[in-house]
Each structure stands twice: as C-alpha cells, then as structure tokens.
Design a protein around this ligand. Structure first.
Ligand SMILES: [Zn+2]
Length: 170
C-alpha cells in the first residue's frame, strides 16, 4: 500500500504500543511537532474503532504533556484533519500535536460567524436527527459472571488488608 504514514512508521518512533505509534513530523509546523496515529491503516476517523480512537487521544495527551515537560512549550494544538476539505494530506488517520509559543505566528484561528436563531435551530435539529441512529457510546461491559458469594465473616487478616488498602488512597 502506498501510504506515507505507514512508511513513516518504519522509521524512528517516539512512542509505540500494540495499536498506536507517535513520531516527529517530517515537515513540522513548529519544533517538536508530533504525529500520533493508529498502526492499522484507516483513512478517516469514522473507520477507527471507538477503543482505538480513545487510545489515540490518550497517547496524544501523553505526548502533549511530554512537549510541555521536555521542550518547555507554552501550549499545544491537537488537530485532526478529517477529509481533504479539512486539509487532510495523508490517507491515514492521524493526530497532529503542534507545539505553540506565544506570538509564534502559527494561525489556526477562524473568524467567528453569527448565525440567526433560525439557522441555529435548523442546524441543531438536523444534527440531532443524524446523531440519534449512531447510538450512544458505551464501554462494552463484560457480562458479570454469576458467582456464588459466600458471606464469610471478616477475618483479622482481611481487616488488616482493608485498612492497608484504605491508607493507599490519598
Ligand atoms: Zn497508512
């Protein structure tokens, strides 16, 4: 498959786990610009399973913290470009973490628009209709196994264990 990002994953990585990788952007917007991406080739975010999407964001958050701690950046933009119209240039889902300093000249701002009340309520209605069939995000819960619960009286050891556990909670 001819994918720049899949190719980039074969190079030096900043971070790797079972499903996510992170690397320095080869053409950075600023010093320390990081790309975080799922290992599996997905074109747009819609195709990424919820679990991986969550992991993607969790890893991006870690990398963002590392930029603050390691490079002393003052801010980060965590950006998803979803579709060519949104500026997506690689056919592979990625999060760009762009380190920011005050007055660094990087412009991700837009001119706020004022919609009429009618426009706003039309948009809201259409979106609500579209959201409904997508369902709510829910963690898939393991079916609780029916287990025989023996109500045994607390022994001294158990009690000590409980107390030790409680002490660990700050
Ligand atoms: Zn790819």
């Amino acid at each position: 498959m001819n994918c720049d990002l899949c190719a980039l994953m074969k190079g030096p990585l900043l971070y790797e786990d079972a499903s996510i990788v992170a690397m320095l952007a080869p053409k950075p917007a600023s010093v320390g610009h990081v790309i975080v991406a799922p290992k599996q080739h997905h074109v747009i975010l819609e195709q990424v399973p919820d679990k991986i999407a969550g992991e993607l964001f969790a890893v991006a958050n870690r990398l963002s913290i590392a930029l603050f701690e390691g490079l002393g950046v003052q801010g980060t933009n965590v950006l998803v470009q979803n579709g060519a119209a949104a500026g997506q240039i690689t056919p592979h889902v990625r999060l760009d973490i762009i380190p920011r300093q005050e007055n660094d000249g990087i412009n991700l701002l837009w001119q706020p628009r004022q919609l009429s009340e009618e426009e706003m309520s039309t948009v809201e209605l259409r979106l609500k209709e579209a959201i409904l069939p997508l369902g709510q995000h829910e963690e898939k819960k393991e079916e609780p196994k029916p287990e025989k619960k023996e109500e045994k009286p607390l022994k001294m050891d158990d009690e000590n264990y409980l107390i030790r556990s409680l002490r660990r909670i700050p």
